[in-house]
Design a protein around this ligand. Structure first.
Ligand SMILES: [Zn+2]
Length: 92
């Protein structure tokens, strides 16, 4: 079964979300105008690469419903085809 990884909707500044032990902190909420001219809000999450721990930003729309997490690694390790492995004890 595929797990849907989501961040909570309507986060506030300082909100912390945990997605499979990975910590996402809401560090900014800012207004944004979409290509079709709608005014929305974006949430900037600060998180750490699942591979090397380097910090990176994730921008998601701020809306009432949870949003999918589509990025869990820094720019260097970013690879959408590779899934993040959940550490199981012995794995180094
Ligand atoms: Zn990395």
């Amino acid at each position: 079964m595929k797990t849907r990884l989501t961040l909570p909707g309507r986060p506030v500044l300082g909100s912390i979300a945990l997605v499979q032990h990975q910590r996402f902190e809401c560090v900014e909420i800012r207004p944004h105008k979409t290509k079709d001219g709608r005014q929305i809000e974006l949430t900037r999450w600060l998180c750490h690469c699942a591979d090397c721990g380097a910090p990176f930003d994730l921008l998601t729309p701020r809306r009432n419903a949870p949003v999918r997490v589509d990025r869990r690694r820094c720019a260097e390790h970013r690879d959408p085809k590779r899934r993040v492995k959940i550490p199981v004890g012995a794995e180094a």
